[in-house]
Write a protein that binds this ligand. Structure first.
Ligand code: ZN
Length: 484
């Protein structure tokens, strides 16, 4: 985009110079120049951010070396004199005041003892010029010398080196495999205000706009790279380079492994699901793939088209059960081994629609993705038993945890209370909404909601307003009751 802006200004400049030196009348201007002039006068459309990451992994030191280029537009009407980039790997440095893991989860997160990570930024450039920057925990802050005006692009380049911590979390490593959830620098959301945050120990504190990605990962050739999108690998002199290009994704993630096996299945609409595993029996692999296919088919018919050609499921050892990323989900080994753990697999698949396609602020309104992902996992797994299953779940919640509220993540002291509010109570609300609207209106609502907000960020107010278009009665008291 920057490149095109520069080319257009050169064209404009030479056109003006041509006009000044020769003073052509309209009749004497060649048709080609008129066409160029028309091209110049068309303003460029503001676009979602475009990321290019060139990454090299050094396996002996567990280090990732990165060059990141972000082309982004200020798509608001409000200029800003700063730039913020989330560097979530920084949260794993020893100097961080706020640990990314609750103290009671430390032994599970660091089974081999605490080994910190770090993120070093060597250089930041904006529009080709080095700029000064500083760090505030997991946030990289750049003061701009010239304000970033409304509807204009900026190009940001970062040179960095990341030391992966010895952890079992959304990022981590075990037995030569490594996974890189929320490791790549990502632009903070700017909607007239910068939405920045630290790495919270509870919830998924990752708020981002959908963008396009071109990523290249170089690893020793004994490794296989699994990425968001469709991977293309090529080998050269002992190393392997894997690339992936994705038009629309809310984040980009990858994992590397020398020893996972790949088994695949094709869905009814011709999408490929790849399971990367290293502890599963043949029978378990078949069961996981069948259920993943069933869920993807189910979501496509119930909600809308899955946006990519493939979906990868990667087995790892993180202390949380599963984590969703666009086109690639991480699921903990024991969840894949346990027949009941299929719930985690289908939940992460549902997130492909609710989190990736329809985005939301997962710090302040996490129920917008977790409520739907939980609801659809339950609807798929329970089928006709869903009403009685949810009646029992509601009785249990009302009896034992009547104070449970649907709230922003910082209100919850631990994962269990966060789960009760943003997974269970929120999924019960979606079910109640289905009852309230009736199945026909609810089905229409689902498909149209996803279409209306695809690759956008939806808020609670927009959600409530959208629901009202499908209801025959006043919904204010419904939402007041569920959110009180
Ligand atoms: Zn979830």
């Amino acid at each position: 985009m920057i490149g095109r802006a520069r080319i257009l200004s050169i064209v404009l400049l030479s056109l003006l110079m041509a006009c000044n030196s020769h003073e052509p009348t309209e009749e004497t201007v060649p048709a080609a120049l008129i066409e160029q002039e028309m091209a110049v006068s068309v303003p460029m459309e503001p676009k979602p951010p475009h990321y290019q990451h060139k990454l090299t992994y050094e396996s002996t030191k567990n280090i990732l070396i990165g060059e990141t280029t972000i082309q982004a537009w200020n798509r608001t009407s409000i200029p800003t004199d700063e730039l913020n980039i989330q560097l979530f790997l920084s949260a794993f440095e020893p100097s961080q005041k706020q640990p990314p893991v609750l103290p009671k989860s430390f032994s599970r997160a660091y089974p081999h003892g605490v080994q910190y990570g770090r993120m070093d930024i060597q250089e930041v450039q904006v529009d080709g010029f080095p700029v000064s920057f500083h760090r505030d925990g997991a946030i990289l802050k750049v003061e701009l010398q010239q304000p970033w005006s409304a509807n204009t692009p900026r190009e940001i380049q970062l040179q960095w080196t990341g030391q992966l911590p010895g952890i079992h979390h959304r990022l981590g490593s075990e037995k030569e495999a490594a996974w890189f959830g929320n490791v790549l620098p990502i632009l903070s959301v700017y909607d007239g205000e910068w939405r920045v945050n630290q790495y919270e120990a509870v919830g998924d504190p990752f708020f981002s706009e959908a963008g396009s990605y071109e990523v290249e990962v170089t690893v020793p050739d004994s490794y296989h790279v699994v990425m968001t999108g469709e991977e293309e690998a090529s080998n050269e002199q002992g190393s392997s380079k894997t690339v992936s290009k994705v038009d629309r994704a809310r984040e980009f993630v990858f994992a590397i492994t020398p020893n996972h096996q790949q088994e695949s299945i094709r869905t009814s609409s011709g999408k490929d699901i790849h399971l990367y595993h290293r502890t599963l029996s043949k029978q378990t692999v078949s069961k996981v793939l069948q259920e993943a296919k069933g869920m993807l088919d189910y979501m496509e018919s119930r909600v809308g088209t899955y946006p990519y050609q493939q979906l990868d499921i990667f087995e790892n050892e993180m202390f949380i059960t599963g984590m969703e990323y666009p086109g690639l989900v991480f699921v903990r080994s024991d969840r894949l081994q346990d027949p009941k753990g299929i719930e985690t697999v289908v939940h992460e698949i549902a997130h492909q629609w609710f989190y990736n396609i329809v985005g939301n602020d997962p710090l302040n309104e996490p129920w917008l993705d977790e409520g739907f992902a939980t609801y659809f996992a339950d609807e798929y797994l329970q089928g006709a038993k869903l009403p009685s299953y949810y009646a029992e779940e509601k009785r249990y919640l009302d009896r034992h945890f009547p104070q449970t509220k649907i709230q922003p993540i910082h209100h919850y002291p631990d994962w269990a209370s966060y789960w009760r509010g943003n997974y269970r109570k929120s999924s019960l609300m979606i079910f109640a909404l289905q009852q309230e609207l009736g199945e026909e209106a609810f089905s229409r609502f689902l498909k149209e909601y996803v279409q209306e907000f695809e690759y956008q960020i939806v808020t609670k107010d927009e959600f409530v307003a959208f629901v009202k278009g499908y209801a025959e009665k006043d919904m204010d008291s419904f939402f007041q009751d569920w959110f009180k």
